[in-house]
Write a protein that binds this ligand. Structure first.
Ligand code: F6R
Length: 363
């Protein structure tokens, strides 16, 4: 059942190339026709994403995608907060709920409120026939397959895949995305499964992550830092570590560091940076310099051929290069593995972390 892997989490991390490919092909029909059932992208004035946990992090990345590619103002809310703040929802709003299980109580309640207030509700969901899929006006499935490990991995990268497809589709329909940019982004998305596969099949890189885990597993605190579209990946990396290794970790946008969290840095607090090629690369580089100046230990996720960050970092992990807007899908994989190996070294029950349930069906 675990396909030769020690834990479901490791199996599911390794299933990601297949899961992403299936999610693209499973959604090709509507994507190629340029029509999402029940939605007129030209008429959408605003998108609000509601979700919890890892799915919420996917939503934060969705904001960049919808705003960048389709020019639709997008808000992202914790589903558990949405309904208690008397949200402004109008009938030209599209509310997108993201939920692996389709049974998260807070997310369902947020969907119901949005519907009551006249919005269209689209759900991005992994479980066929779940409550979210029965209640939403429109359903788009991720094809991750059953996710057994409590810590979500392949559900997340397939949610990002759907968000990319949606943002591309909306961008083209609204005339905000030229044919060339559309084609080149879609082509790049199609190459993500093989790039993820290349990373996961490189034993050297996995050994690297294990080595880093061995150096870090005694830490009591860790910081995860990224910018722009990789800031939510910093949040997700920190969440993975917290959940399964019980090490306190915080994710931050790297530029916010000097407004507080930099006070935490010393030689005992590792900082994990997302530093792949992007328009904010130089900015991330100077944030790394700030950490090194305070004797922090730096782990950097970089692209092959990187030199500036690699010179400063204590440890580096190389992931294949892609378009910056797609980079979260690849960059999260080493962070999933890092959390996994740290928890495994600590001897914890990776698939069943304490205090957590796979789907949170109570408020
Ligand atoms: C994190 C994790 C949780 C879920 C959250 C939402 O690894 O598994 O944070 O992401 O409980 O669950 P769904 O997506 O099923 O609504």
């Amino acid at each position: 059942e675990k396909g030769g892997y020690k834990h479901f989490m490791l199996k599911e991390i390794n299933e990601q190339p297949r899961a992403i490919a299936d999610t693209i092909s499973g959604n090709l029909q509507w994507f190629e026709s340029g029509k999402v059932e029940g939605i007129e992208p030209e008429e959408v004035e605003r998108i609000t994403v509601v979700a919890c946990g890892t799915s919420y992090h996917a939503g934060l990345i969705g904001k960049f995608l919808f705003e960048n590619l389709a020019k639709i103002p997008t808000e992202v809310d914790y589903a558990s907060e949405f309904r208690y703040r008397d949200p402004i929802v109008k009938n030209r709003d599209l509310v997108i709920s993201i939920t692996q299980s389709g049974e998260t109580a807070d997310t369902l309640a947020a969907m119901r409120l949005a519907k009551e207030r006249g919005a269209k509700v689209l759900t991005i969901c992994n479980v066929i026939g779940s409550t979210a899929t029965r209640e939403a006006d429109t359903v788009i499935y991720t094809y991750a397959g059953p996710e057994i490990s409590v810590a979500s991995t392949k559900a997340f990268t397939t949610q990002l895949t759907v968000l990319l497809l949606l943002a591309l589709c909306f961008g083209r329909r609204r005339g905000k995305l030229g044919q060339r940019e559309f084609d080149s982004l879609f082509k790049e998305l199609m190459s993500i499964p093989s790039k993820a596969e290349a990373f996961l099949n490189r034993e050297k890189e996995e050994e690297r992550v294990k080595e880093i885990a061995l150096k870090l597993y005694r830490a009591k605190n860790a910081l995860y830092l990224g910018r722009h579209v990789n800031y939510p990946i910093a949040l997700e990396g920190a969440l993975k570590l917290k959940e399964i290794s019980y090490i306190h970790a915080e994710g931050y946008p790297a530029g916010e560091m000097k407004h507080g969290p930099i006070a935490l840095i010393d030689e005992t607090v590792p900082a994990v940076f997302l530093a792949t090629k992007s328009p904010v690369y130089e900015k991330v580089l100077s944030n790394i310099e700030e950490v090194k100046a305070r004797k922090g230990r730096v782990v950097a996720v970089v692209n092959p051929g990187d030199s500036a960050v690699s010179k400063l970092a204590d440890f580096k992990i190389e992931v294949p290069e892609t378009h910056p807007l797609l980079s979260p899908v690849l960059n999260v994989i080493p962070l999933q593995l890092l959390a996994y190996y740290i928890a495994d070294f600590l001897g914890y029950d990776v698939d069943q972390p304490r205090n957590l349930a796979k789907s949170v069906t109570v408020e």
